[in-house]
Write a protein that binds this ligand. Structure first.
Ligand code: FMN
Length: 321
């Protein structure tokens, strides 16, 4: 698939997840194979008006295209933020039109843009004007089950110059749970000529294959299926390529944990690095024997050496699966 001038063999992407898809996590995911990485959402307002720096824009060690996601509601500020991000190495910029979080929606950003399609269109047009790199929009099926306007919004985005639509095929009111609407994903795909990436509920390789087969979407995006399993997008690529793509390295979970932890400490220092890593350790430990006890002990640890020793004992030589 092609997104503007970017070309991908298999379209298997890591979803943007605030507080999760930071540089350390993205680097671990790419080690096992992934077509492209989405950053966590970045406040356009914070970037432009607050002069805030966002750790998530750090691309040190990234070798696959990284798409920076912004959220906001003011076309000019969104355009300015996109311009800043293309200058720091974004492969593409994505506009968040799906975030259901109240404090985002209340200000007219995220999923609120699905209720104001003229404004959404103006934002796409303004960002497009400033951007030399591809532009994507990430939308939901609609604001709620009665207002499922993803096909119309996708068309507006295309008309205003977007190169890609990512559809999280649930409504804003469903948040992150409930069935994924394959019908509306297929409809969006039929309505636009630009590529469409499907997202939602992919937990194994068969889910991804089914989504592509049932809807005709050009690629898939994986969110929670990669939590504690950064190797999962690589497995999906392997499966979707019919086995021709390299399977990625086999490794023990401990090796992956150690690498991930090292990146966290390098980026954030000891205190924040350890705290950020804890939730990932909870996910890495899921499904393993005595994980409840490990989690209970680990959440009280602040010393990286202590965390490492506990991880070595707990994960032992368990391998990724
Ligand atoms: C903790 C968390 C944070 C998220 N943050 C973002 C975000 O910053 N931007 C965004 O567009 N979607 C965000 N999402 C939504 C995901 O990108 C994705 O659309 C959703 O989780 C459905 O995919 P999945 O079923 O594969 O997880 C977030 C989801 C979760 C669970």
């Amino acid at each position: 698939m092609k997104i503007g001038n970017l070309e991908f063999r298999e379209g298997v992407f890591l979803a943007p997840m605030a507080g999760i898809t930071d540089p350390p996590f993205r680097k671990v995911v790419q080690r096992f194979g992934v077509s492209g990485l989405w950053t966590e959402m970045i406040s356009a307002h914070g970037l432009v008006q607050g002069g805030r720096r966002f750790a998530t824009t750090d691309l040190g060690g990234h070798v696959v295209p990284t798409i920076f996601q912004i959220y906001g509601h003011d076309p000019e500020i969104m355009a300015e933020a996109a311009d800043m991000l293309q200058d720091v190495g974004a492969a593409a910029v994505d506009i968040n039109m799906g975030c259901p979080v109240k404090k985002v929606v209340r200000k007219g950003s995220g999923a609120a843009l699905m209720k104001d399609m003229p404004l959404a269109g103006r934002i796409v047009a303004a960002v497009r004007k400033r951007l030399r790199i591809p532009l994507s929009v990430k939308i939901r099926s609609g604001w709620d089950e009665r207002n499922r306007n993803a096909p119309q919004l996708a068309q507006i985005a295309e008309e205003q110059g977007a190169d890609l639509v990512v559809l999280h095929s649930r409504s804003r009111s469903a948040v992150h749970s409930g069935p994924v609407d394959m019908g509306i994903l297929a409809e969006v795909k039929r309505k636009v000529c630009i590529p469409v990436i499907g997202n939602g509920g992919i937990r194994n390789a068969d889910d991804a294959v089914r989504m592509v087969e049932e809807t005709g979407c050009d690629g898939v995006m994986i969110g929670r299926g990669a939590l504690g399993r950064p190797w999962f997008p690589g497995l999906v690529i392997h499966s979707m390529s019919g086995g021709s793509a390299a399977r990625g390295q086999t490794a023990t979970i401990l090796e992956v944990v150690k690498e991930h932890f090292r990146y966290q400490l390098e980026l954030r220092g000891v205190l924040t690095g350890v705290r950020r890593m804890r939730k990932h350790l909870v996910w890495y430990s899921r499904g393993l024997a005595a994980s409840a006890d490990f989690r209970k002990r680990m959440v009280r640890m602040d010393d990286p050496e202590e965390v490492l020793t506990a991880a070595e004992r707990f994960f032992g030589d368990a391998v990724i699966s």
